[in-house]
Design a protein around this ligand. Structure first.
Ligand code: UD1
Ligand code: CA
Length: 477
């Protein structure tokens, strides 16, 4: 590469309908590992020293632009242009050139990629651009050798190894269809040669479209050279056209994400059963058991053990925490905290260090203090549980009076007996206690005991019952 700066920009073609997805969602917004397909493509491009990225939108343009504006965090400026009628890839690029005002006379390069190749890596695009510059050709295409080239544009090379033309499947002769080197639709063009080449495209072909791939033959016809670089890993150029391919691409991406975390010190018992979104952050010595599904912006601290069969969404987990067979969304789980098995933690919940929330407990928008325990069968909502408190089995915060939600406060080292109902708003003072079955409707002062609903005793009840049974009553099991 010359040391001289050469402007370098990218165009992403994403206007197509994606008919084969059979979806109300535009194809490029379908997600892989929690991130829309198009964001993977732009994310890879944004790792390169590009001066700008121009995205051609069409089908579902408004939704595509809105999603990208919300979710895209890159340093490279991204602009959108709308291709109102999809007249082909050549037309899409022509529309994109509208976003490059006069500087198209500049001697720079432009990389073109389709929006449906989520496995493309930045290094590959960088290699393409490097080859392109070194060989000083008019265009360099990325090609792939595939066992089944059906449907792809075939690359026709000449005796010198350069490319003469790309022939689309529909337009190819039987002999050309034998060629197994295919166009990936990823190219690097000399900017000042691209616009004139596009002007000479014609839609006289089997699909009646302006083919960007025809720009190759146009450049050759004008005496320019076109080179091709074969991609090492064909999967990188894998285009997603339907949901079968979406699942295939996602499994490749998932394997890449998992391998990268394992190399950074994460243990996965079975990486094929471990599902991490692209936006997740893990630490060394995190251990993921099968069925761990970790989504969104979740962060897991060093030494924590997750799974089996656990869903974590947008959650921050501290160090050496244990979360088993549970669903946790929008929560903070402190260091050494324990969750599960079979626990549902809902948004706005914070577990302090060493807190424990056990089996068949649901916690919503509550703070569980340091070392506090909610071990079994409880609902804790809109509550504050003090450090060292113990919430007995079956304790329920009745936080809803039919109209509004109210808060419950359980003091430090307080404890509740089994099946206590805390009717909010209510406060249990520090070191206060409730007896089994208490229905607490008023505040309990620190250190006090609240007891209620004692059962009355009926002597001789069994004998009465036997009498009834002889008379033919049902015996329940
Ligand atoms: C294209 C190539 C083919 C190559 C294949 C690789 C052409 C004519 N053919 O075929 O040589 O082997 O990719 O996958 O280029 N798009 C627009 N506007 C349009 C048409 C398409 O933005 O008017 C976008 C689509 O959203 C898509 C991309 O361009 O992201 C490729 O279009 P698609 O119709 O899928 O082209 P292929 O038939 O796959
Ligand atoms: Ca395609």
């Amino acid at each position: 590469m010359t040391s001289e700066y050469r402007p370098f920009a990218a165009i992403v073609m994403a206007a197509g309908e994606g008919t084969r997805m059979h979806s109300s969602t535009p194809k490029v917004l379908h997600r892989l590992c929690g991130r829309p397909m198009l964001l993977h493509v732009i994310g890879a491009l944004a790792e390169l020293p590009l001066e700008r990225i121009v995205v051609v939108v069409g089908h579902g343009a408004e939704r595509v632009v809105k999603t990208l504006e919300e979710q895209l965090v890159v340093d490279v400026p991204v602009e959108f242009v709308e291709q109102h009628v999809q007249r082909g890839t050549g037309d899409a690029v022509n529309v994109a050139l509208g976003a490059f005002p006069d500087d198209f006379d500049v001697d720079g390069d432009v990389v073109i990629v389709p929006g449906d190749t989520p496995l493309l890596r930045a290094e590959t695009v960088a290699r393409l651009a490097r080859e392109h510059r070194v060989s000083e050709v008019a265009a360099t295409m990325l090609t792939a050798r595939v066992p089944n080239p059906f449907g792809y544009g075939r690359v026709v090379r000449n005796a010198g190894g350069l490319v003469d033309a790309v022939v689309e499947h529909e337009d190819a002769t039987d002999e050309q269809r034998q060629i197994d080197e295919v166009n990936t639709s990823i190219y690097c063009f000399r900017r000042n040669l691209l616009a004139p080449a596009l002007r000479r495209l014609s839609p006289e072909n089997a699909q009646g479209e302006y083919y960007l791939s025809d720009a190759v033959a146009v450049l050759r016809g004008a005496g320019h050279r076109v080179n091709a670089l074969v991609v090492e890993e064909a999967a990188e150029a894998f285009g997603v056209n339907d949901r079968v391919q979406l699942a295939e691409a996602e499994s490749v991406l998932r394997a890449r994400i998992n391998a990268s975390w394992m190399r950074k010190g994460v243990t996965m018992t079975d990486p094929t059963r471990t599902y991490l979104d692209a936006g997740v952050t893990l630490s060394p010595d995190v251990q993921l058991l099968p069925g761990s599904i970790i989504e969104g912006r979740t962060v897991v601290g060093a030494g924590s053990l997750i799974g089996p069969d656990t869903v974590l969404v947008d959650t921050t987990v501290g160090e050496e925490a244990v979360i088993a067979s549970s669903v946790v969304r929008g929560a903070e789980i402190g260091d050494r905290a324990e969750v599960g098995p079979f626990t549902h933690i809902r948004p706005g919940t914070k577990l302090a260090a060493g807190a424990k929330v056990g089996a068949f407990v649901e916690v919503k928008a509550s703070e569980i203090g340091e070392g506090a325990k909610v071990p079994h069968l409880s609902y804790v909502g809109d509550a504050e549980v003090g450090a060292g408190a113990n919430v007995g089995a079956g304790t329920i915060t009745a936080n809803y009076d039919g109209r509004r939600k109210h808060r419950t406060r359980i003091g430090k080292r307080a404890s509740t007996g089994s099946n206590t109902v805390l009717v909010a708003p209510v406060e249990l003072g520090d070191e206060a206690h409730t007896a089994a079955g208490a229905v607490v409707t008023r505040d309990v002062p620190p250190g006090a005991l609240a007891k209620g609903v004692p059962a009355r005793i009926e002597e001789g009840w069994a004998a009465t019952r036997e009498g009834e049974e002889r008379g033919g009553a049902d015996r329940g099991d």
